[in-house]
Each structure stands twice: as structure tokens, then as C-alpha cells.
Ligand binder design. Sequence first.
Ligand SMILES: [Ca+2]
Ligand SMILES: [Zn+2]
Length: 422
Amino acid sequence: MSLSRKLLCCSALLIAAAALMRPVPAAADTQQAVEAADLTRETKITASNGSTSRLQDRSTGTAWKAEADEESWVALRVPQGESLGGLYLSWSVRPAKWRVQLSADGERWADAYIGGAQGPRNEFIPLADAAGQALGLDIAPAGLAESHTPRRHARIVMESGDQAAAIFELRVLGAGELPTWVERWKPVVRDAELMIISAHPDDETVFFGGVLPRYAGEEQRDSVVVYMTVEERRREVEALGALWTSGVSTYPVFGPFPDRHCETLDACARFWGGKDKTIAYIVEQFRRFRPEVVVTHDVKGEYVHGAHLLTAWAVQQAVAAAADPAQYPESAQRYGAWQVQKCYLHLYRENPIVMDWNVPLARFGGRTAFEVAEEALQHHVSELHWNIVRVHDGKYSTAKYGLFYSAVGPDTAGGDLFENIR
Ligand SMILES: [Ca+2]
Ligand SMILES: [Zn+2]
């Protein structure tokens, strides 16, 4: 038996002993793993510069900022007796290069995770092994005496480029099974079953609320949400929270178009670089993700907003264009042509269907799609002061759609966006 093997055995015993000492919640099923504790409040957090309170105020309205063109760090120490299971970061600006290092004594550090500029805005960095036990002993052991000591110290070392890295929020998790609020985004899928095209973050819930809990959550259909325009970075974080709550685990697409208030389709098209550019972008999303069912805005723009009007109009054009390789040939060459099977428009008068969002959903503990949507909406914190921002059940009911296009025949039973698909 090698030395490292022996060390592993010792560690396994220590971990087993620690696990035995952990209190088990009275109502918990003892068969289940212990849920990782949120240690953020008890953890001492320091940084190379600036105030760390902005990292821990539970607000995406504030962010800690690194220094531009410098190496910066955020360091933390979990309390005695706790083990570090992972870090959960909400990035405002990702650094060009960054790493997470661990230490037993806060002086000698070893790399545990290397990160880069690309990645989700909300990111979980596991610092524990697959069994959910505290990692530490196998990371470049600094010496025999120390290798029994759990790594209670971690630091995020960032190399900013010309734009300084910034972090909205940092959460520190103990060892164990991750709580459900920790978002773990999957890479994009090639063949989406459902695509929602939403002009702004919050429209997916305000006007289409119910669709994602039912199809992404309850039916576990691969779902991609495309946002045409995003006003600021914190809105992306809010959208991620809403999507995760609705049962979506595939990272959304945040589009390139500027968010300006406009009341007509033409005014919005001027801001967005023209109608053709808008259609080309949606055609590319169809070809890239190959959705079977597409859901988008009311042709009247919901409460008459230019971005909703243009989005609904451009989706109608794009359904036919995406299927024709001669149109927008650049994305056709890259991804191939694609025929969307069904396209629904919110509140559309032709071929109408009414969804029932009041059915209890097993995957959400018996809550209904409408109730889940209302919970999801609470993530859009910066929009909640607007009157219009609520999950609609009256004039703009999230339950009402019409089938604008179908390659699989008309709906006959009704009440299911995937009727005739499978
Ligand atoms: Ca904050
Ligand atoms: Zn909107």
C-alpha cells in the first residue's frame, strides 16, 4: 500500500467519523445525503482591495470589484470543524484568468480549480469529491503532518484584463448534497425540444409563465430560452434564477440587441440594426438549436412594446426562412437548414389553445405551473416595481396561445404544446 493510499484510508476514517457526528434533521429521510450547509455568514472573507460586504449582501445590485490590470484575490476561511464543499459565484465581470486555491494553514496554497473568461454567470465550483466529502488530502499534500488537516482556507486569485473582474455575490458551501438553489448549468443542447423567444428577461415568466415549469420542469424536455435584449448584467443573473426555479437547466442565450424603449416595430428595428438583422439572428438560433416547438410574443406586442412587436414579427418570418438553405446561407452552412415543427404566438387568435397551469406538478412537490411561475418571477428583483411585471392571468393570460405554424397538422385535443410531436 502506497503512502498516499494509506493517507486516503486515514482520511476516509476521519470523514466517516465526522459524518457520524453530524446532526441529522428530524424530518429528513436518513437514506439521503446530508445537505451542504450554507457557511457564508460564518466564513471570514477578506480581499486584496475594496469592501467584501458587497459580496455577501445577497444583492445583485452591488458587486465587489477587482483592480484592472492587476492580480486580485478574495480569500476565505470556514469555521473550525466545518469542511469546504464548494463556492458559488455570481459573476458581474469574469476575469480573463482565475483560479481557486486551497490551503490548510492559509500560507501554503495549492490549485484546486482553474477558470477562464467563458462560463456561466452563476457558477458552482466544487471543492469536494463526488461523494460530497471534503476534499483536501489529495491536493498537492504539503507534508505528512499536515495532510490530516482539512483545507479550511480557499482563495480566488484573479488576473483581470483591461476590464476589472467583478463579483456580485459569493456563497460558501459545506460538504454534502447541494441545495436545490445552487444552479449547475448544463452546456447547450444540439436538439432542443422547446425554444422560448423572449424579448426581455422577465417576459418568459410574465407572459409565458407556466410553459417552462410544465415542459422543462415536469416533462424534462430540453428547453432553450433566447433573450433578444438584456439591459444590464444583473438582469442576466435574475433571469438565470427564474429559469432555474422553473426547471430549466440548459443555459439560455442572451442576445446582442440593445434594450431601448420603443412603441413601434419600426422604431425598435432601427435600434436593432434593421429587420433583416433581427430575422437573421432568430434563423440562426433555430438552425443552431433545432427546436421542435417555439413559443414567442403576441403579434400586438403584449402591452404594445416595440421589442415584443419586432420579436413576434421576426419569428414569423424566421420559421419559413430557417427551413430554406438559400436564405441566410451563412448560418445554413454552419448548422444546416431547420424546419420548426410548431410555432405558437402568445394570445394569437387563430388556432387558439388554452393551457391549464393549475395542475399539480410532481417534480415541484405538487405545486402548479402557475405557482412555480410566480415563484420564478420573484427572481426578477429589479423589475418587480413595475405594475405590468406579474404572472398574468387576465388580459395577457399566460395560458392563451395560438398555433401560427404547424408542420404536423392542427391541434385537435388541445391543451398541449407538444400535441402531434410525441
Ligand atoms: Ca452583492
Ligand atoms: Zn418585455
